[in-house]
Design a protein around this ligand. Sequence first.
Ligand code: ATP
Length: 231
Amino acid sequence: MSLELNQLTKKFNENTAVDDINLTVPTGSMYGFLGGNGAGKTTTFRMILGLLKQTEGTITYNGKPIDYSVTNRIGYLPEERGLHPKLKVEEQIRYLAQLKGMSKKDIDVKLDEWLERFEVPENRDKRIEKLSKGNQQKIQLIASIIHEPDLIILDEPFSGLDPVNVEILKRSVKELNSNGATIIFSTHRMEHVEEMCEELCILNHGAQVVSGNIDKIKSDFGQKEIIIEGD
Ligand code: ATP
């Protein structure tokens, strides 16, 4: 049971954004994609999500080519946050949850639960534009995972957040993982991956530098700090 990327490649004209990625994300794991600007993290995620067609290679989920029945349910936190500034928090989450096919009854229950867990219950009647960046990020994450998907992809979930919100987000993401979701996230920072994941893939200019078990990679590299170019 896993998500597998085989010889996954994406070219934009002459630019090879993702170059022959081969890796396995075990079901139920937390998997980190580490890389600097332009490393190919978002492009890889967009191919998994079916938003971009790969130039070469395959993506399989639990042994079958990934298709809309899977991609439609993936919980996705995009790097460009897509909230509507004029909507109230509750309206925004309800709107996005309905697009995921949730019933009003389910949304009623889950909305309270997730606002509590992310420590933003008092914000439900505020307009998005009135929230801090950290709280906006939390609202976007709630909207991405409120339907409780099996697979969650988070594109730089911790970027631009203050340390308190980073901790709240990390705790919530760990909770989602211990409740059974497979989580993939990207970051520029090794410390996030070390704290959260057992496995990672390091990308550099589209190429897979190394992937697999973090402890093994660290001992193979023979150093604690792995410097990410472009960070
Ligand atoms: P960042 O941390 O800055 O978000 P990233 O690792 O997510 O970086 P990508 O956004 O996947 O990197 O970009 C990888 C490469 O692909 C870059 O050279 C980028 O300019 C290029 N690229 C991404 N999307 C497109 C596109 N739609 N058209 C052309 N080139 C693109």
